[in-house]
Design a protein around this ligand. Structure first.
Ligand SMILES: [Zn+2]
Length: 267
């Protein structure tokens, strides 16, 4: 691990501003592309890909929805989609992103996050500033957006317990999550873009819970538009974030998150 670097922490602000500006400028075009290629019922099958952060068609890379370091690069770690009960490996869970956005902004943010967690690893009490909190929130919101795009790109295919149903197999998974409403899916993706492009995260600070964890294995759970829960054994840290809720104080958010986590582990 690299030495905690001051430069990295000074530059992150400008990197994130650039990412937000690009996404805001291109969001209309990106949405039109997603609708045309993945949601429109009358769409033609197209291999046309664009970067989902700046709409560039050049130097496209495969950006992992969950960064590889979160699941320890384990090629066998997977998640199961409730809608069709199909499993998918994290290592193969990627979305298109241009080399510039990937290397210049997203990797930079990853580096910031890992250094920040590494720096706090041995501390008994975490030493996170509001700026740190805001940037962790931005990172989690970017993950949410990547998941939204992933779900609209993945096709329903078949339900494990049912026979193959041909006329729905080509439908995006996310359309099923919203009772077959493509408009709802479009609104949700738009919202997650909006969340990323909002300048201040001040009102959302209480919605992020960070706590020490002794869990030895990586754990991840999320509900689109609701929450994300990440347990990162590499840093003995667990994160819980409410995408759509604001709290007057951190204690309410903490209690609520613990209820949800207890339910997740019961399953
Ligand atoms: Zn890009």
């Amino acid at each position: 691990m690299l030495k905690f670097s001051k430069q990295l922490f000074m530059n992150i602000k400008y990197k994130l501003i650039q990412l937000r500006v690009n996404l805001r400028k291109k969001s209309k075009y990106i949405m039109e592309h997603i609708i045309k290629v993945h949601i429109d019922r009358w769409r033609k099958i197209s291999k046309n890909e664009i970067c989902i952060f700046c709409s560039s068609k050049n130097d496209l890379t495969k950006e992992h929805v969950l960064p590889k370091w979160t699941f320890g690069n384990n090629p066998n770690d997977f998640f199961i989609t409730n809608i069709n009960l199909q499993s998918q490996k994290y290592i193969k869970t990627t979305i298109p992103c241009c080399a510039n956005c990937n290397n210049n902004y997203l990797s930079y943010l990853e580096k910031y996050i890992t250094e920040l967690f590494y720096d706090n690893l041995r501390k008994t009490i975490y030493n996170f500033t509001n700026d740190n909190f805001e940037n962790i929130i931005r990172w989690l919101e970017i993950i949410e957006y990547k998941f939204q795009v992933l779900e609209v790109r993945r096709k329903f295919n078949k339900h494990k317990s049912n026979n193959f149903i041909k006329y729905i197999s080509n439908y995006p998974i996310s359309v099923f999550s919203w009772n077959g409403s493509p408009n709802k899916v479009i609104t949700q993706i738009r919202n997650s873009i909006k969340n990323i492009t909002i300048k201040s995260k001040e009102k959302k600070l209480n919605s992020l819970i960070i706590f020490k964890s002794n869990n030895k294995t990586f754990f991840f759970s999320h509900n689109l538009n609701e929450y994300i829960f990440l347990d990162l054994p590499k840093f003995n840290i667990a994160l819980f974030y409410f995408y759509d809720k604001e709290f007057v104080n951190n204690i309410d958010a903490y209690n609520y998150s613990m209820e949800i986590i207890a339910n997740i582990y019961k399953k």
